[in-house]
Design a protein around this ligand. Structure first.
Ligand code: SF4
Ligand code: SF4
Ligand code: SF4
Length: 312
């Protein structure tokens, strides 16, 4: 192997979970460290600058001037950039803030938060929030996308190894269903259930039982831990390319069609149920334009209201 791949990482507006997931590679990280020179990494190194690097991992979305500066500094210093995690790729959970004003968000976080004392808004030395969350590829060029909240360490390991070995990543364009052990079966179920209604059968697909599960419209970058452990998928790795790129495919309609085919539940009831919980079902990709332009009229309506009137 030739000289080591110089790696910079940075996190923008995010929870830090994607960087922690790097550590979850566990002992196989030693294989990478033999080929990577970890230069800048906020959780591991104390380098404030941006040394020239071969590869950059950027997690988090853009919501402040500081985020923009960091993203641009990473782009300038790194030959290749990986948008690392759902926040970087689609805006992630912070994107759900698009349907609230900045004042509402700050008030909820600081003003009337029962777990904080003093209820003082941060002011000195803190950038103000931009109006909306922006995925990083709307600000800098991205070479590789690795969604996941966080991506499973196996996918992180493969993406890094792929760059080291100069090959494409092995990750396939499969849905969460591909790794889910539950069976899709036709049933007589006639109404959508809330997640807390009853006790779900452990082997049958959630859709067959009346629970809304987004596994079939979500890219597998996680190995399906939720449905395999009794919890519906809420789509944290973001939509499949098919859903993203085909104008008339949408999370609501895709799941509505599938659930109506498996059960006696009318498609309309499924779609309305997904709309009522839109901040759950669209939270992770709400900030990306590809979803914003879909016929997901609730999101368009909410975002338009924020832009025009400052109210949801
Ligand atoms: S993608 Fe998920 S785990 Fe990663 S930074 Fe965003 S919220 Fe955290
Ligand atoms: S829809 Fe959910 S429960 Fe059904 S197969 Fe897919 S991931 Fe599993
Ligand atoms: S919510 Fe879905 S995409 Fe996210 S970890 Fe669970 S199964 Fe994977």
């Amino acid at each position: 192997m030739g000289s080591k791949v110089r790696l910079n990482t940075d996190w923008l507006s995010d929870c830090g979970g994607c960087h922690i997931a790097i550590v979850d590679i566990h002992e196989r990280i030693l294989e990478l460290l033999g080929a990577i020179e970890l230069q800048r990494c906020p959780v591991l190194t104390d380098i404030k600058g941006y040394p020239d690097a071969d590869l950059g991992l950027v997690s988090g979305a853009i919501r402040t001037e500081h985020d923009r500066h960091s993203a641009e500094a990473m782009r300038k210093s790194c030959k290749r950039i990986i948008a690392f995690g759902t926040c970087a790729v689609y805006g992630g959970v912070p994107g759900a803030g698009s349907v609230h004003t900045r004042e509402q968000i700050l008030d909820y976080a600081y003003g009337h938060n029962p777990t904080t004392e003093g209820h003082t808004l941060p002011a000195d030395g803190v950038d103000s929030l931009e109006k909306l969350v922006t995925p990083i590829d709307e600000v800098i060029e991205v070479d590789l996308y690795l969604p996941g909240c966080p991506p499973h360490p196996a996918f992180i390991f493969d993406a890094l190894l792929a760059v080291i070995e100069g090959r494409p990543p092995k990750a396939k364009d499969e849905t969460v269903c591909a790794r889910c052990h539950r069976r899709m079966e036709r049933t007589e179920v006639s109404h959508v259930l809330a997640n807390h209604d009853g006790i779900a059968n452990r082997t049958q697909c959630f859709l067959s039982q009346g629970y809304v599960c987004l596994g079939s419209v979500t890219l597998d970058r996680c190995m399906a831990p939720c449905p395999n452990n009794g919890v519906v998928c809420t789509g944290c790795a973001g939509p499949t390319m098919q859903v993203l790129t085909e104008p008339n495919r949408d999370i609501r309609t895709e799941v509505g069609d599938r659930m109506a085919a498996l059960t006696k539940i009318p498609r309309k009831e499924v779609i309305e149920s997904i709309e009522r919980a839109a901040k759950t079902h669209y939270a992770y990709a709400m900030a990306t334009e590809m979803i914003g332009k879909k016929p997901t009229f609730l999101i368009e309506k909410w975002v338009a209201a924020i832009e025009e009137e400052g109210q949801p």
